[in-house]
Write a protein that binds this ligand. Structure first.
Ligand code: KIV
Length: 294
């Protein structure tokens, strides 16, 4: 039996991703953090929507993903959940929520499913996460892996640097990919790694790979919504393609609104409510006699 949404489009599940890899059909993924953008992404046919912990930077204004909390992730997941009908909804487990022990990690992952409506959770890391991934799968929680440039490891990596550029680093990435593939992740995000290494991983593993700064051979691609829309305040990374400049358009709109208010050109009479014609004279007469509070 296949599950369909109210508008009869097919619901994307973790199995759809595997199916698309099998058929060599690219998987379209995008982050979203609120109802409006999640709804637009879902209606455009994006197959996987990620409530990414990039929320910390692009929505909450932190300078890394490290400070964002489970409660903040849940708050935004619930908003996205209310919008998403067709796409697979994946939620990032934030830094600290799966690093202190299996039980705590399972409890938080369960909350993302029960309270945030997640259909899978994403965790960063390779070989060292295998035990946790197995425990999550035992608890019926699908997992998306994430290797390469893993932003939660910014301090260990010594900055946001492309990974896998030496033979040793490449071997370590291949080991991570193989371990997560064998552990049964539903998809594997490859971030900030050379195209050639990502292509090799993609052809070697059964898991669908989702690239971000990892070249075109990955089974799918993901972008941060604010990067795609031009809603960021820093120079874009090399791999970002800006599809519009919403920041500039919104800024122009706000400036026009500011000027209209200052010139008393907003609101116009047509944008104002009026008394009904039949009571107008009487109400205006009474109004002229009233004093506020008197
Ligand atoms: O948090 C995020 O937006 C991500 C994507 C970049 C994959 O993890």
């Amino acid at each position: 039996m296949s599950i369909t949404t109210g508008d009869f489009r097919q619901k994307v599940t973790v199995h759809t991703l595997a199916d698309k890899k099998h058929k060599h059909e690219p998987i379209v993924c995008l982050t979203a953090y609120d109802y409006a953008t999640a709804r637009l992404a879902d209606e455009a046919g994006v197959e996987l929507i990620l409530v990414g912990d990039s929320l910390a930077q692009v929505v909450l204004g932190y300078d890394s993903t490290l400070p964002v909390t489970v409660e903040e992730m849940l708050h935004h997941s619930r908003a996205v959940r209310r919008a998403v009908r067709q796409a697979l909804l994946v939620v990032d487990m934030p830094f600290g929520s799966y690093h202190t022990g299996l039980n705590a990690a399972l409890e938080y992952a369960t909350r993302f499913v029960k309270e945030g409506g997640a259909e899978a959770v994403k965790i960063e890391g390779g070989v060292s996460r295998v035990e946790l991934i197995r425990a999550m799968l035992d608890a019926e929680i699908p997992v998306v892996g994430h290797i390469g440039l893993t932003p939660q490891s910014v301090h260990r990596m010594g900055g946001y640097k492309v990974q896998g550029k030496t033979v040793e680093a490449m071997d370590s990435l291949l080991r991570d990919a193989a371990a997560l593939d064998a552990a049964g992740v539903s998809a594997l995000v490859l971030e900030g790694i050379p195209r050639e290494v990502a292509a090799r991983i993609t052809s070697e593993v059964a898991t669908p790979t989702i690239g971000i700064g990892a070249g075109p051979e990955c089974d799918g691609q993901i972008l941060v919504f604010h990067d795609l829309a031009g809603l960021t305040f820093h120079p874009a990374a090399k791999f970002v393609r800006r599809y519009c400049n919403a920041g500039e358009q919104i800024s122009t709109a706000i400036t026009s609104y500011r000027d209209d208010v200052r010139r008393r050109e907003f609101p116009s009479d047509a944008e104002s409510y009026h008394l009904p014609r039949e009571v107008q004279a009487g109400v205006l007469n009474e109004l002229s006699k009233r004093k506020i509070g008197g």
